[in-house]
Design a protein around this ligand. Sequence first.
Ligand code: ADP
Length: 181
Amino acid sequence: MRLVLLGPPGAGKGTQASLLSDSLKIPHISTGDLFRANISQGTDLGKQAQEYMDAGKLVPTSVTANMVRDRLSQPDAADGFLLDGFPRTIEQAELLEEMLKEKGESLDAVINYVVSEDVVVERMLARGRNDDNEETIRTRLQVYRDETAPLIEHYGDLLLNIDAEGSVEDISTTTLDALDN
Ligand code: ADP
């Protein structure tokens, strides 16, 4: 299955993705995790991404899309994947569509985790990652509203809306049930 996870920062996409990846036996591909791994390894890509991430802004799409293209071309992603954090803009969605089309592939579903802003701010402050301070959180939510939320309409028929305010287990079960139907 080829899936995209959507939702605001702090919606719990990463947590759900790990569980779904185990259940569905497809790799979890998180652009945030890939960037963070590059930063901790001190690669050029990490250096290019860091200042944007620290500010809560989007890393330029040219950089991000190349990284995703490379990752999707690895053998473990040949039969399916769970993309978390990409696409984040309409432009990225169009690039993803092209990447898949070149291989004769397409997305099966887009899971949209629906959660209020109050809850995501609370979750991010509790998580306390490097880029989880109040100012950066505000920027990331603004970027989400302006750039990422339009993807909800863009994906139309592929979209599965999942209430993401319950327990981790309930959300995971609801997601798997929605994919079954
Ligand atoms: P969250 O889900 O909390 O926003 P992520 O780990 O998905 O956290 O992303 C962290 C940061 O990595 C983003 O704020 C952004 O700077 C960068 N990033 C991740 N994915 C993308 C993307 N598709 N395009 C541009 N920047 C990205």
